[in-house]
Design a protein around this ligand. Sequence first.
Ligand SMILES: Nc1nc2c(ncn2[C@@H]2O[C@H](COP(=O)(O)OP(=O)(O)OP(=O)(O)O)[C@@H](O)[C@H]2O)c(=O)[nH]1
Ligand SMILES: [Mg+2]
Length: 375
Amino acid sequence: MPGSSEPTTPTPSGDPGSPLEVACYRATPHGAGAVAMIEMIGDVSACLQALCGRDVAIGGLSLRHFDRIDDGLVARLAPERAQLMPHGGTRIVEQLAEWLAAHGANWIDDPNTARASLDPLELFPEAADRVEALALATLARAASPLAVRLLLAQSPRWSEHGDAPFTEEDFARSKRLMNLVEPPRVALIGLPNAGKSTLSNALLGQDYALTSPLPGTTRDAVSARIDLAGLVVEWFDLPGVRETTDAEERTAIELSQSLLRDADFVISLAAPGLPWLDLARKPDLMLYSKSDDPSSKDCELRSKADLCVSSTTGEGLDALRALIRDHLVPPQDRACERPWAFDRSLPPHAAQNPAQNRAQADHPESHDPHPVSQR
Ligand SMILES: Nc1nc2c(ncn2[C@@H]2O[C@H](COP(=O)(O)OP(=O)(O)OP(=O)(O)O)[C@@H](O)[C@H]2O)c(=O)[nH]1
Ligand SMILES: [Mg+2]
């Protein structure tokens, strides 16, 4: 392993005497990997002393032994910050988490909560300025590939923008662009057998929902994250709506109605002989499926559709992906070179900006500076 040539000396003191004053969270995703990372914030000296037998110099990277659990790297980023990098086995990380919690550390399950409470420049010391640090922090949780280039472009755009006013349209565009960070919800609804699950599987590129010629195959809303030409959405394949005496299916259909109400984009699906449903809300797209089916040639529904697709041949699927993406994040928003308020602390000169003052009034929790330290 890289780092200092110091031996790992497995002589941790184990008992720190008093409870550790650190907050910790798992920075790498759950599941096995080659290396995992645990971020530590607070009195990391006392913690490293107890866990590894000695501290690591600020700015240093050292190989250490973690109290009979594992060997790994410790990166000491700042006086109050360090990263533990044990091997990535799930049991190893669990044991370290148990060790830390047993010694009084505040183990935080949700890394986003922990990161949100940190000064972004402390979290990303390599960033050129605060906006770049915020962009890197947002990038860590952004779901869509299209977010990458846009977020990395923000630091120079904000510098150039300076104290200029941030308009209502800037805020409206910024809100739409947030769909690149938090996946918007897309709901697909239609009569049983319209081809909803087959279409969902075709867009995902793998079978996640059961399909069959039997109506009523999908009895519960099935969701998956699907990349639609660069925009990742939370896709809901809703059960086909029909009269049923089955109590469970009725409950699932009721649940799907609430998903339909809350969705950011609703697709109503028809197919040969299976017309669109009357929905409580106007769908954003009237889609016609099974366009390859011979009976679709004479089907009058086809001419009323916004778009026709075939999950079997793939016809229309690229157009469908682009259509949903461009509705949720319009191309002119993505191409706009004005700055994007992708974080609640932006624009930086909020006090002079009435629009931002209103936005902040809508999100008072954005003023909570250090929830991690309030443990
Ligand atoms: N020819 C053709 N058949 C399709 C297409 N899409 C789906 N099907 C067939 O239509 C039948 C129903 O498909 P599903 O995807 O299970 O339909 P669904 O809308 O999810 O049905 P429920 O779950 O019952 O609501 C299956 O036999 C599919 O193979 C298509 O694009 N072309
Ligand atoms: Mg289905």
